[in-house]
Design a protein around this ligand. Structure first.
Ligand code: URA
Length: 188
């Protein structure tokens, strides 16, 4: 079914009507992701929060503002990047996505990656890292290290929301995004 989505617009139409898991009953909006679909850089978060659910736009809440400040500081333009999450619908009360929700949603992310073919994928936090790189990975151990898969370079870093529990992670996220910028500049 998803293979029949030949372009990103088809996939968006498919996702907007998705009922593959029970989050389809509680969500307000599917947060498909946005930005430059020709982009060489894709950011993958965890799941939408309240503001994202209300608007359909990724990373516009508190974690999104922090992400924007990191991007601005290292000199990356948000509109030049494609930003999405592993799970496209908000889990009630922002709880961690359940295994069956992740399995239901992952094929959409995989198809986004096939269609966009990003040269660099930044995995924001454990959920993206485990689903795109290694299902045993611990973000504290792998962050800042590059992985290569299916023609993309992947870099795990902390999810921006982790900074609200530990301010020291902000510097690590900035370091990692600086690597992203420098690596990308060498590619283009
Ligand atoms: N956190 C995420 O992982 N994704 C969003 O879209 C918003 C917050």
């Amino acid at each position: 079914m998803l293979q029949q989505c030949l372009g990103i617009e088809d996939l968006l139409t498919y996702a907007a009507a998705c009922r593959r898991c029970s989050l389809g009953e509680t969500r307000q909006c599917v947060v498909f992701g946005e930005g430059n679909a020709q982009s060489g850089i894709m950011l993958v978060g965890e799941a939408p929060g309240e503001k994202e659910d209300a608007t359909g736009k990724p990373f516009i809440g508190r974690a999104g503002k922090l992400l924007d400040s990191v991007l601005a500081e290292v000199g990356l333009q948000r509109q030049e990047i494609f930003i999405t999450s592993v799970v496209k619908c908000r889990p009630p009360k922002n709880r961690y996505p359940r295994r069956e929700e992740v399995s239901a949603c992952l094929p959409i992310l995989q198809r986004q990656i096939e269609l966009i073919k990003p040269r660099i994928i930044v995995c924001l936090g454990n959920l993206a890292t485990r689903n795109l790189i290694d299902n045993q990975a611990k973000i504290t151990e792998v962050r800042g290290r590059w992985f290569v898969k299916d023609g993309s370079k992947l870099l795990p870093t902390f999810h921006p929301a982790a900074v609200f529990h530990d301010r020291k992670k902000l510097e690590k996220i900035k370091e990692d995004f600086l690597q992203v910028k420098e690596t990308y500049q060498k590619m283009v």
